[in-house]
Ligand binder design. Structure first.
Ligand code: UT7
Length: 326
């Protein structure tokens, strides 16, 4: 079967940087606690004028420019986001127009922090089946817009960014080898946003109760995340005849340095072969893997022929892996 390969990536984060010291002035927290428990030192936060599609547009434009493509070269747009500009239309729809693409199909996938792996692997299917020549995959979030900045359990973690990747059919061994997508809704109430949807439509009361903010039982999410990360990375490697020794770079969702380290330990991957930028970005949801991939490439951490393992995990729970030969 044809493999889908990433021919270029782009990334964008809002200009405004919020440090742990800035958060100390807003909630009862401190730099030492945040660094020790999460590894995060600073994060980018959108201003009042910036929404998710603004960030997505910049990342997508950079990916197109780097591939020497024009918007009309794109045949489909697959977006992962938990924080669309509005309920509908989708960010994909808005991007199609703002990029200036022809009338291509577009879709948003809401898989929380797993939106990166979901958008990438589902976008890749259109290439693998031969249906489309080029697919634009995007992960974009303004998680700050659903963050309660009086809740120290979430506001020190969540942040904003966007990343994009252009996929084409591979002409050699490079490209997406395999992927797995998972969900298990029994954990829905460990990480969710209760208000604004059909269950609790927006009213003055839902807003007064802060139901339009993300709620998280952090310690419980942590435990399941580490276990699922280890299980799903082992599953995709062994099914494809690889071990952790074969992986040149592991790019996990950047939620928390301790989750990344614990998962890497369980699968026997030394941290030298694990990409980490959570210290400078915080948890940017569906954007995090794309932004990490962009930085890994820009920093020369990936070379042709490398085996790259991606894994992401988030609310729902939804999670997944992707294995690719660069
Ligand atoms: O993409 C997936 C999305 N979510 C995640 O990946 C989050 C997963 N969970 C985590 O990252 C961690 O559980 C946290 C970083 C959220 C919390 O770390 P923890 O080691 O699990 O701490 P904890 O929730 O067990 O809280 C320990 C203490 C508590 O105080 P007491 O009850 O021991 O007195 C908290 O109230 O730390 C307190 N605490 C804080 N203290 C200072 C909670 N948040 C803060 C804070 N600053 N920001």
């Amino acid at each position: 079967m044809t493999r889908a390969k990433i021919v270029s990536v782009g990334a964008y984060a809002p200009k405004r940087i919020v440090t742990n010291a800035d958060l100390e002035k807003m909630v009862e927290t401190n730099d030492e606690w945040i660094v020790q428990r999460s590894g995060i030192r600073e994060r980018h936060i959108a201003d009042e004028t910036e929404a998710t599609s603004d960030l997505a547009l910049k990342a997508a434009q950079q990916a197109l420019e780097r591939a020497n493509l024009v918007p009309d070269d794109i045949d489909f747009i697959a977006v992962g986001t938990t924080t669309p500009d509005m309920f509908f239309p989708t960010v994909g729809n808005i991007l199609q127009h703002r990029l200036g693409c022809k009338r291509v199909g577009s879709v948003d996938m809401l898989a929380a922090c797993a939106g990166s792996v979901y958008s990438l692997s589902i976008g890749a299917q259109f290439i693998q089946t031969g249906k489309y020549r080029r697919v634009l995959c995007v992960g974009a979030e303004t998680l700050s817009k659903i963050t309660d900045f009086t809740d120290r359990g979430t506001c020190v973690l969540l942040a904003d960014a966007a990343g994009a990747a252009v996929l084409e059919a591979s002409t050699d061994e490079s490209g997406l080898i395999d992927f797995d997508l998972y969900s298990d809704g029994q954990y829905w109430d460990l990480l969710y946003m209760p208000g604004g949807g059909a269950r609790n439509p927006a009213t003055h009361e839902t807003v007064d109760k802060g139901m339009h903010f993300a709620k998280m039982k952090g310690a419980e999410v942590f435990k399941v995340a580490v276990r699922m990360f280890a299980e799903c990375t082992e599953a995709i490697l062994s099914r494809n005849g690889f071990t952790a020794d074969d992986v040149n770079l592991f790019i996990p969702h950047q939620a928390n340095l301790r989750i990344i380290e614990a998962a890497a330990r369980r699968v026997n991957l030394p941290m030298e072969r694990v990409f980490v930028n959570v210290d400078r970005y915080g948890n940017t949801g569906a954007a995090s893997v794309y932004v990490a991939l962009e930085e890994a490439l820009a920093g020369g951490r990936i070379k042709k022929g490398d085996l790259i393992l991606i894994a992401a995990f988030g609310g729902g729970f939804a999670w997944g892996t992707a294995l690719m030969r660069w």
